[in-house]
Design a protein around this ligand. Structure first.
Ligand SMILES: *Cc1c(COP(=O)(O)O)cnc(C)c1O
Length: 824
């Protein structure tokens, strides 16, 4: 993208406050962490529900960014950079994108629907890329923010665009339409996903169709409801004539493409389709309904673009399932891998490098990269840009694989090159991968999945997938319930409630969280050693750990005179001054803390002491989740108020006070004091079923089917023959058991797992390393994926059935289960 700052100012109809000379902007950014931000970047300070990017402006200026779109100029920064002041920074971003889009006249495909948008977009990209230079939305960038960013990546070499648009409520599509301005519209499957934001399915369809108000053609699966919506849909008729309706159907032979299914094998479906009076055959390399529908959407586009039967067959046969997310996996020799082995184009490289930068497990960053396709640029220009990106992202080593990428040799003297993936794999040992984060990014044809598999740490196939976006969402949700001045401590004890301490701490550090809380010193030490800079409070510091606490600059919670004296002794030996400590009061939990009758001694000990400084005073509620015990909560709060006030007056100090945990934030917001301590809510669990609806699921525990067998009526399954079949049954064995943290009782008619979106009941008792489920009604095979918990069953449901609490389920998942972190 290239736009002059002057032009942008006129589009936004605003004034520039700063140096007046004209500049060309070639990078639009909303991500403060991106290392691609430079003096030609225009940074839009977006303001979300509770995250406001204005806080990053100062840091960005230190990194050389000069141009900002803001709602106000942060204090003290006037005159120090160029500020374009607007009412709404998101709308400004959308306006610039819409203007920029209108500069290009090539066809643009706009995809919307409830399901299948991203896969249809990716498949179309694959099918059409031999003939076009395509610009498409990266990953699933389909939101009010993602769409403008996608569109702003168009350049003069492109001659086809494919963008997806996702909405969750009315009035959103209109905005996206103005930015995408599609000439070809595709409506994919309309399901019940995200129905909450709409009054009815009809309203949802109508809203989605607004994407097509100026398109020449609309492609969709014909059905009554869509037809009805289309009738009442009075969009603009393009000057070239009436809008074309391009429908397809399995049942209605009046559709533009009429499809009938023929043969069905384990891996393929043969269909026959009639188009313009011709009957053709097509072999689809998938069997599930959703994939078949998505392939037919793609087929319709190819037919509309007048591809011949043979080319269509040849290309569709090569379609493959795709992973839409960047996944972080644990690699060999303590490496971390970012698996992006599905695409290689310039735009997605930029995104992958930003993602790599946000993952700070290791100092050292490595990129394994294949030839880059579809840029429309000459190789010389393309690889110069790639080299620039690599340099600005501080990549320590680059490994290029392919023919054309070796051009980088002259630009990056330290890079290593291989002719093909095999040659690389032969040399793998000598490359000594160790303690580094490796981005593996390659076009499909290079089969980089073999590199990923060679570099992945070998463990069993059960993984706990952690959705980092959901953590951010939940964090912001609770933050939005607080006064703007209230600080937040996130509890990451017990390995982040089982979800991974470091990764979550890192993410929250980015969100400018105030404090972390851990249970024991060693948890804090490993966070600090891994590079976490946030202050960390240790809830339960043992006397033997005081030295280590001081050495690693952790902050102990002090809960008794004995502990205080022991800490003071060491602190004085080390000649510390104002070392931060936290004073815990027992107001009724009766677990840890100073009781009312010890306050005078506490005051006497601390008075005049210079070695330590009371950073905060806290207490913990015993019943914040149970409104039946409201009175007890008020009793605790009153006592806390009394004791902490006394301490503050007598010692003449002004510490942070805090008493609320997750359910306290929800139920007793008036007691938020200066800080709250968020735990379980961050991980997506609430005690309140109403509130639960606003939280996103964080962890999904997954495994695979090891084996399937059929048993006869009267045969049994597992130890003690506790399950007896009363019909012929298909039984699947899953390699996860109570040693992984799944309760032994999650069987015998109580528990289930989810396979292909269907419930499979757990049979008999759970074994140590395995469990067996009934898949008689489910069309599945060995190797298929199994969800143990996540969206269904939820951790809360499991806890209820097992007569425990979600905390125990989450923290029981054994460390032998690999954690995989991802962002959408
Ligand atoms: C664990 C813990 C919290 C967080 O509790 P949640 O119910 O998970 O929000 C807060 N404070 C203390 C002292 C804790 O031990």
């Amino acid at each position: 993208m290239n736009l002059s700052l002057k032009k942008i100012i006129s589009i936004l109809n605003t004034q520039e406050i700063g140096t007046p000379d004209d500049l060309t902007i070639d990078n639009i950014s909303i991500d403060s962490r991106s290392l691609q931000n430079n003096d030609k970047t225009l940074f839009f300070a977006l303001v979300g529900n509770n995250n406001d990017a204005h806080i990053y402006i100062k840091d960005l200026m230190l990194k050389g960014v000069r141009n900002f779109v803001v709602t106000h100029i942060p204090e003290g920064l006037e005159g120090k950079a160029n500020f374009l002041v607007v009412k709404n920074t998101l709308e400004a971003l959308q306006q610039v994108a819409a203007y920029y889009r209108s500069l290009f006249a090539f066809p643009i495909i706009g995809v919307t629907g409830s399901n299948g948008k991203t896969i249809v977009k990716e498949w179309l990209n694959f099918l059409l890329s031999p003939d076009y230079n395509i610009i498409r939305s990266p990953k699933s960038y389909n939101s009010q923010v993602g769409v403008p960013l996608s569109v702003l990546a168009i350049n003069e070499q492109h001659n086809l665009g494919i963008f997806e648009a996702g909405i969750s409520t009315v009035s959103e599509m209109d905005k996206l339409e103005k930015i995408i301005q599609p000439t070809i519209g595709i409506l994919t499957n309309i399901g019940s996903a995200h129905d909450e934001g709409f009054e009815s399915t009809e309203e949802k369809i109508k809203e989605k169709m607004l994407l097509f108000q100026h398109s020449k053609v609309v492609i969709f699966q014909k059905n009554e409801l869509v037809d009805k919506c289309l009738e009442s849909f009075s969009g603009y008729i393009p000057p070239s004539g009436a809008r074309e309706i391009f429908s397809w159907s399995f049942t209605d032979n009046s559709a533009t493409v009429f499809v009938s299914k023929k043969e069905h094998t384990h891996e393929n479906i043969h269909i026959e389709y009639t188009y313009k009076g011709n009957v053709s055959d097509l072999k689809i390399p998938f069997v599930d309904d959703a994939s078949v529908e998505n392939v037919i959407s793609c087929l319709s586009v190819l037919l509309y673009l007048e591809y011949d039967e043979k080319t269509i067959q040849n290309r569709i046969e090569l379609l493959y399932p795709m992973e839409m997310r960047l996944k972080v996996k644990k690699g060999i020799n303590n490496c971390s891998l970012i698996d992006d082995s599905y695409s290689s184009d310039f735009q997605s490289l930029k995104i992958a490098l930003d993602f790599l930068e946000s993952q700070k497990q290791h100092q050292k960053k490595t990129v394994v990269l294949s030839d880059i396709f579809q840029s429309g640029l000459s190789n010389e220009v393309l690889y110069s840009k790639v080299a620039e990106l690599i340099v600005s992202n501080d990549i320590n080593r680059v490994i290029g694989i392919g023919d054309t990428i070796s051009i980088l040799k002259t630009k990056l003297p330290n890079a290593v090159f291989f002719k093909d993936t095999n040659e690389f794999l032969v040399q793998l040992e000598q490359l000594n991968f160790e303690n580094e984060t490796i981005l593996i990014k390659g076009a499909r044809s290079f089969q980089f999945e073999e590199i990923v598999s060679a570099l992945t740490e070998k463990t069993h196939e059960t993984v706990l997938e952690i959705n980092l976006n959901a953590i951010s969402h939940n964090y912001n949700f609770f933050k939005s319930k607080l006064k703007p001045t209230t600080k937040m401590m996130a509890m990451v004890k017990a390995f982040g409630y089982g979800s991974g301490g470091f990764e979550i701490a890192k993410l929250l550090e980015h969100h400018k969280l105030d404090y972390l809380g851990v249970a024991f010193a060693d948890e804090g030490i490993s966070l600090k050693t891994a590079g976490i800079k946030l202050p960390i409070m240790v809830l339960n510091p043992e006397n033997t750990s005081f030295s280590a606490i001081i050495q690693h600059q952790l902050e102990p919670e002090i809960y008794s005179l004995k502990g205080l004296n022991a800490f003071l002794k060491i602190a004085e030996q080390k000649k510390l001054k104002d070392f931060p400590i936290h004073i815990k009061m027992d107001t009724g939990m009766h677990r840890l803390g100073f009781e009312a009758n010890t306050i005078d001694d506490l005051i006497a000990t601390l008075k005049g002491n210079q070695t330590v400084k009371v950073k905060s005073i806290l207490s913990h509620l015993a019943t914040s989740d149970d409104l039946q015990h409201k009175d007890f909560v008020y009793y605790q709060i009153n006592l806390f108020e009394k004791l902490s006030s006394k301490l503050m007056t007598e010692l003449a100090i002004n510490p942070i006070r805090h008493i609320l945990n997750t359910s306290g934030i929800s139920n007793f917001p008036e007691a938020q004091y200066d800080m709250v301590r968020l735990g379980i809510g961050l991980y997506g669990v609430s005690n309140d079923s109403e509130e639960q609806k606003y939280l996103e699921n964080v962890g999904t525990l997954k495994s695979v089917i090891s084996q399937i067998r059929t048993i006869q009526s009267g045969e049994s399954v597992g130890y003690g023959r506790r399950f007896m079949a009363n019909r012929e049954s298909r039984i699947a064995t899953i390699p996860i058991g109570y040693a992984d943290g799944i309760s032994r009782h999650w069987g015998n008619g109580i528990g289930f797992v989810t396979i292909k979106n269907k419930k499979a009941p757990v049979l008999g008792s759970v074994c140590m390393d395995m469990l067996m489920v009934d898949v008689t009604e489910i069309d599945c095979k060995e190797g298929d994926s199994v969800v143990i918990f996540g969206e269904s069953p939820t951790v809360s449901y499991m806890a209820e059935q097992l007569k425990t609490i979600p905390y125990e389920i989450l923290t029981s998942i054994s460390q032998r289960v690999k954690r995989v972190f991802y962002r959408e």
